[in-house]
Design a protein around this ligand. Structure first.
Ligand SMILES: C[C@@H](O)[C@H](N)C(=O)O
Ligand SMILES: C[C@@H](O)[C@H](N)C(=O)O
Lengths: 160, 160
C-alpha cells in the first residue's frame, strides 16, 4: 500500500495543560479526569510518558480553547489536592495528525511524519499515537507549515 | 449513547522502551523512529508528554516483545548518538485499550477507564489517546484484571 496515510488533519483551537510532578500512584489520572468531566469539560487528548525517578509523573492534556479558563481552574485545584509540583498552560499550540489504515503496521509512518516536521525546523512538543493515527502537538505558529509538510511527506494532494 | 465504548482490548506482548533526557529540538523523534524503521521494527505506540525544564524530553515507545532485543540495541545506539541521559526497558507491561465512537465527545470516558483501573489498585504507567481510543500501559501482572475492570466499567458483556 503506497498510501499508508490518507489524510492529515490540523486543529489550532486547542490548549495544552500539564500537571507536572503528580504522584505516580493509582487514582491520580482518574481524579484529574473526573474533575474535568464533572465540570462538563471534554478532554481532547491525554498524554503520559515516563515516570520520574522520584515516584512522580507528568500528565498532560489538551482541551478546546473555549474551555481553557475553566479547565485551568479545575486543574489548578486538582494539582493542589494532589500536591503536584506545577501547572503549565500553553494556548499557543496546535495538533497535527496523520491518519490512515497504514499507520499500524506500515513501518516508518511515525518516522516520516516526524522527519517532515524536523526538516521544517518544527519542534514536536507532545506525541500521541493509535493504530490509525499519529498526532503531534506543535507551536501554533508552526501549524500551517506543519500541515503542509506532513501532507507532502505522505504524497497527498495539496491542501490549498 | 449509553455505550460510548464498545470494546476493550488487551495486548500483553509488548515491551516499553524509554529514551530518557533526549534533546528537545527538531529531529530527535525523527531520528529515533527512522533508526527503528531502518531496522524493520514496527513501532506500536509512541508517547511524549511534557518537556523537562532543561530543554530535554523523554520519548517512550512500545514494540512487540519479539522485536525487543533488536529495538533495544537500536535505541541504545540512538540514545548515545543523541547524548541522551538514560534508556529504560520494561517487558513486563501490557496495553489495555477502550475503543469506541463515543471516546471523542463523550465527556468522562477517560475518567471512567482510569477510575476502573484505580479502583483495582492498578497503576497507570503511560497513556495514549485518540478520538476513538484510550490506551493505558500497565504492569503485565495487572493485565487481565485491568481488562475485566475496564470492561465492567463500560457496561460490556463479560469477556470470559
Ligand atoms: C500518573 C498517573 O497516571 C498514576 N500512575 C495513576 O495511575 O493514576
Ligand atoms: C523530543 C522530540 O520530540 C523533539 N522535540 C523533536 O522534535 O524531535
Amino acid at each position: 500500500d503506497d498510501h499508508p496515510v490518507t489524510a492529515v488533519a490540523l486543529d489550532t483551537h486547542i490548549t495544552k495543560i500539564g500537571l507536572v510532578g503528580v504522584p505516580d500512584r493509582p487514582g491520580v489520572a482518574a481524579l484529574a479526569c473526573e474533575r474535568l468531566a464533572a465540570a462538563g469539560i471534554n478532554i481532547d487528548l491525554v498524554f503520559q510518558a515516563l515516570s520520574h525517578e522520584n515516584q512522580r509523573a507528568d500528565i498532560a492534556l489538551t482541551v478546546a480553547d473555549r474551555d481553557r479558563d475553566r479547565a485551568v481552574a479545575v486543574c489548578r485545584d486538582t494539582l493542589r489536592e494532589l500536591e503536584g509540583r506545577d501547572l503549565v498552560v500553553d494556548g499557543d499550540v496546535a495538533k497535527v495528525s496523520a491518519v490512515g489504515a497504514g499507520v499500524r503496521n506500515h513501518v516508518g509512518v511515525a518516522a516520516t511524519m516526524f522527519r517532515a516536521l524536523a526538516d521544517a525546523g518544527i519542534n514536536i512538543q507532545m506525541i500521541s499515537t493509535s493504530e490509525i493515527k499519529v498526532s503531534c502537538i506543535v507551536a501554533r505558529a508552526d501549524a500551517s507549515r506543519a500541515l503542509n509538510q506532513v501532507h507532502d511527506a505522505f504524497g497527498l494532494d495539496s491542501v490549498n
